[in-house]
Design a protein. Structure first.
Lengths: 333, 310, 297
């Protein structure tokens, strides 16, 4: 195994939400102790519902936001504080691809000018030839350099964003829901493009999505997040075909799949709210197999014999499956 | 509701303290008052005596503290020109200013709001266009031009009304019209656009679709909602009433606070200027407070105090 | 900001792109008139030195208080003369230049000040933002006329100070706009994207945010311009603005007021210019706003 390109250990991000004008401030843990590792040229898929903290994790990994606890190491060096000079020059090595390509592009500048911008910023040659080469690399025509963002289609815009992100030849690309704003027919094209770029350039991808099938197709490893924590991590085939964690099982069962028979698991209880995190295992109020221990004892991520890591007492074989807990036990404030 | 009130009150007080401090800072920054008043070639002993008399040779924080306690006691110093108490000088001018501004305010509200509502309800009618034209005129014709034109017409050409002074009620007519016209125009324009916006809202369409008669829908849905932004403008008008009085009183030689301010500014009579500045701020803050409270009555959502800061 | 204005400001790359032409609208006649009038005023202001028939201080004691041509005067003084026999037309031309100069200077100062403060608030957030917002609230709550008068009382008067003082008028509006737009651009939009490319804040604000909000700023400047003209002329009318021997439109009205009965023309010509100019600029502003940025109100 190669040395990891990116290592995140115990990342915690809290936000403070104030109720009313002078009201009590409520602490909201968007990310609550996430660790992950990514090797060069590999893809880690990060899945979960909206609000589970996957985008915040992506932003912390990139150093766009400083974690409240934990640390990020990139290529063996700690992440400099956001906005500092070393942080700015590190941007050449790590880039982000956004969900909304139209919003991520400046609508007053041509595509060519915007693709050239990272080159200018980092003091690289920003000739029209280089821009044309970058555009060709993402499947755009060089003459489209003269176009403005609103003159391109959604898929073409995402390709332009990709060309801009790849301009400085980064080692890491964080893709935050890169396909969810696109038409279904375009989604496959963009995913193929990403895979092809990875093969060609050996760039590592952190692929954040709520789309399990996209994640399965793209990733070498998959991590499932629930309320700011990773609950299961492993090979995509294992995690997404035979999930061990009850939450991952429920997620997977929600994909319509004619080949797979069996019941769709419908989750009970409140949708997750990071401002009112349940005690013990955060998933226990909605878990069909929760037992009394789950309301008290928070499971940690442990390696199972089959090579994946799971945070669940039942899945770790430490506890017989329960029948669910009717009343959720709230953590005392 | 009580917390809402307390919050607004404390914010109003804070603003007042800010204004007082601002006046003090600007006062001290503006140079040596002794030299300003006494003229540079006055004998040095006289200047020193002046400084002692006004406490200008004490440390700055002592002066600030003294200044603040004096204001709390209602003492705003004496006019550096006439030696009279500044607060008395200003107070005796207030009735004259009120005699103009209160009727003018009534004209603004009594003419502007109905005209705006009518124009909005009869959009693109002749009256609507006339109101809009007058509204534009009210905004672009400065009050001193309007006042002088009125004098030219009614006093010089026709000889119906006096051109200036304060001897009888007839002297007040032209200044009141001058003051009221601009404000009425602004208010009409504003009320019209507030009404038009409300009339286009989904709840109006819903009410009409439900079969609520037009009159009833306007009376119970449109007017109360359009009142909220209109109240803001009226509040601002009440607060800035003195600013309008400055020019109009000067045009008509009306001996009110505004005229006093202009004279004090050209004489650099700082105590009087500062006194009027505080008076204006207090009016402004009081009217803002009133608007905030009225909001609470008109819009129940704001009562919770969840108003944004943008 | 409509996308159709993409080629007005941002295109600094030298690509002669096939940028979309703005759709042609028919210009309403009133706006056409306003454009013409503003153009005339600008031409007069620029050419003032060459087109004034007399020096503004030249006395013609033989024809004092001469009426203008249309009231039976002669072409020697088309708009008549004042009490000292000074040519009203010459004074008017010089005044137009002075008033426009002051208004332009003040509008630019206000815009620069407001945009810088708004960007600072958006960039640093926290305490800086609170301080800027408190200043904005204070400025918006005080009637500017009174503030201006107190500053004039405290600091005395000079032309430079006067322009700077008027430049404080309306900065809070630009600050609000700049802050709001910069924050929304930085939250998820293009500004955040450029920032994570490694761009310096200077680059983000100057090359990306500013061109994107320029249309909105220009519209608000046009809407604020008449207010500045009115303020300037009001203060000068009161004798607290531009000081003789220099002259401005408000100054002329204030002077002409003394001769209201005997020579109303001294006052009527600058009054007409003030009214037509403010009217034209605000018509233009409304029209620009409707075309470029209907979200402003």
């Amino acid at each position: 195994m190669t040395a990891p390109l990116l290592q995140a250990e115990g990342l915690v991000r809290r936000y403070h939400q104030r109720r009313g004008w002078l009201g009590h401030s409520v602490e909201l843990r968007a990310v609550d102790g996430v660790s992950l590792t990514l090797e060069p040229g590999r893809t880690l898929g990060l899945v979960g519902e909206s609000g589970c903290g996957k985008s915040t994790t992506g932003r912390m990994v990139l150093g766009l936001e400083a974690p409240d606890e934990g640390r990020v190491t990139f290529a063996g060096a700690p992440m400099p504080p956001p906005g500092s000079r070393p942080w700015r020059s590190l941007r050449a090595r790590m880039q982000m691809v956004f969900q909304d390509p139209l919003g991520a592009l400046d609508r007053r500048l041509t595509i060519g000018a915007q693709v050239a911008e990272p080159l200018t910023i980092h003091g690289l040659p920003d000739t029209p030839e280089r821009v044309a080469e970058l555009l060709r690399g993402v499947g755009l025509r060089p003459d489209q350099a003269a176009r403005y963002p609103h003159e391109l289609s959604g898929g073409q815009r995402q390709r332009a964003v990709l060309a801009r992100a790849l301009a400085t030849d980064p080692a890491l690309l964080v893709c935050d829901e890169p396909i969810s704003a696109l038409d279904v027919s375009i989604q496959a094209q963009v995913m193929n493009l990403l895979a092809e770029i990875q093969e060609r350039r050996g760039v590592a991808l952190l692929f954040i999505s709520h789309d399990l099938r996209a994640v399965r197709q793209m990733s070498h490893r998959v991590a499932v997040m629930y309320l700011g924590r990773i609950v299961e991590e492993g090979e995509p085939d294992a995690v997404l075909h035979d999930p061990a964690h009850p939450y991952a099982r429920a997620l997977v069962s929600a994909i319509p799949d004619p080949a797979r028979r069996g019941q769709r698991i419908v989750l009970q209880g409140d949708p997750p709210n990071p401002a009112a995190r349940p005690a013990g295992c955060a998933f226990h109020p909605r878990c069909p197999v929760a037992g009394p221990r789950c309301a008290v004892d928070s499971p940690t991520l442990k390696l199972r014999p089959d090579g994946r890591r799971v945070a669940c007492h039942v899945a770790q074989g430490e506890m017989a499956p329960g029948t669910g807990l009717a009343e959720p036990v709230r953590k005392a404030a | 509701m009580l917390r809402f009130l307390g919050l607004r009150l404390s914010r109003a007080l804070l603003t007042l303290v800010l204004v007082v401090s601002f006046a003090f800072v600007v006062l001290r920054m503006s140079g040596d008052p002794a030299l300003l008043i006494m003229s540079a070639d006055a004998p040095p002993e006289a200047i020193a005596a002046f400084r002692r008399a006004w406490g200008l040779d004490d440390p700055l924080w002592v002066q600030y503290f003294r200044y603040f306690t004096a204001i709390l006691h209602g003492d705003l110093g004496n006019s550096m020109r006439s030696g009279q108490s500044a607060i008395n000088l200003v107070a005796e001018r207030i009735p004259a200013t009120l005699a103009l501004t209160v009727p003018a305010l009534l004209i603004k509200i009594g003419l502007g709001i109905p005209a705006g509502v009518y124009a909005a309800l009869h959009r693109n009618s002749i009256i609507d266009r006339a109101v809009m034209l007058l509204a534009v005129a009210g905004f672009t014709v400065p009050s001193f031009v309007l006042g002088l034109l009125l004098v030219l017409l009614f006093a010089v050409q026709l000889g119906w009304l006096p051109s200036g002074g304060q001897d009888s009620w007839r002297h007040a007519i032209l200044p009141i019209i001058t003051m009221g016209f601009g404000g009425a125009a602004v208010l009409a324009r504003f009320t019209r656009s507030a009404m038009l916006e409300v009339l286009g809202q989904p709840y109006m369409r819903t009410a009409l679709a439900k079969g609520v008669p037009w009159r009833v829908a306007v009376r119970w849905h449109a007017l109360p909602n359009a009142a909220i932004p209109t109240v803001t403008i009226v509040g601002f008008m009440i607060g800035s009433v003195l600013a309008g009085a400055v020019v109009v009183e000067s045009v008509f030689s009306w001996p009110g606070v505004g005229r006093l301010l202009v004279v004090a500014v050209s004489n650099r009579d700082l105590a009087v200027v500062q006194c009027i500045l505080l008076l204006v701020s207090a009016t402004m803050i009081a009217s803002n407070l009133m608007v905030d409270l009225l909001y609470g009555v008109l819009d129940p959502r704001l009562r919770a105090g969840a108003k944004g800061n943008a | 900001m409509s996308a159709t204005t993409g080629n007005t400001t941002g295109n600094t790359t030298g690509h002669t792109a096939a940028a979309p032409r703005p759709r042609r609208h028919r210009i309403p006649p009133l706006v056409l008139f306003a454009l013409g009038w503003v153009a005339l005023m600008l031409a007069i202001a620029l050419l003032a030195e060459w087109i004034t028939p007399y020096s503004i201080t030249a006395l013609d004691l033989r024809s004092r208080l001469a009426p203008p041509v249309f009231l039976g005067g002669t072409w020697a003084h088309p708009l008549g003369t004042d009490e000292l026999g000074r040519d009203v037309l010459s004074r008017l031309i010089t005044s137009i230049r002075m008033s426009l100069l002051i208004a332009f200077g003040a509008a630019i100062i206000a815009a620069v000040l407001g945009v810088v403060l708004g960007f600072l608030a958006a960039h640093f957030r926290g305490l800086v933002e609170q301080a800027v917002l408190a200043l904005v609230d204070f400025q918006a709550a005080m009637p500017f006329m009174i503030l201006a008068l107190s500053v004039l009382a405290f600091f005395g008067n000079s032309l430079l100070l006067f322009v700077a003082l008027l430049g404080l008028h309306g900065w809070e509006r630009y600050a609000r706009i700049a802050r709001g737009l910069a924050i929304s651009a930085g939250a998820q939009g293009y500004a955040a994207a450029v920032k994570q490319l490694g761009a310096s804040p200077w680059r983000v604000y100057a090359r990306h945010v500013l061109p994107n909000i320029a249309a909105t700023l220009i519209v608000s400047m046009t809407l604020a311009f008449p207010e500045i003209i009115l303020l300037e002329s009001g203060l000068s009318f009161l004798g607290l603005g531009v000081q003789p021997p220099q002259t401005s439109l408000g100054n002329m009205v204030g002077y002409g007021r003394e001769y209201l009965t005997r020579a109303p023309w001294i006052l009527l010509s600058p009054s007409t210019v003030i009214v037509l100019t403010t009217l034209s600029v605000s018509l233009l502003g409304d029209w620009l706003r409707d075309r470029l940025d209907p979200t402003l109100r």
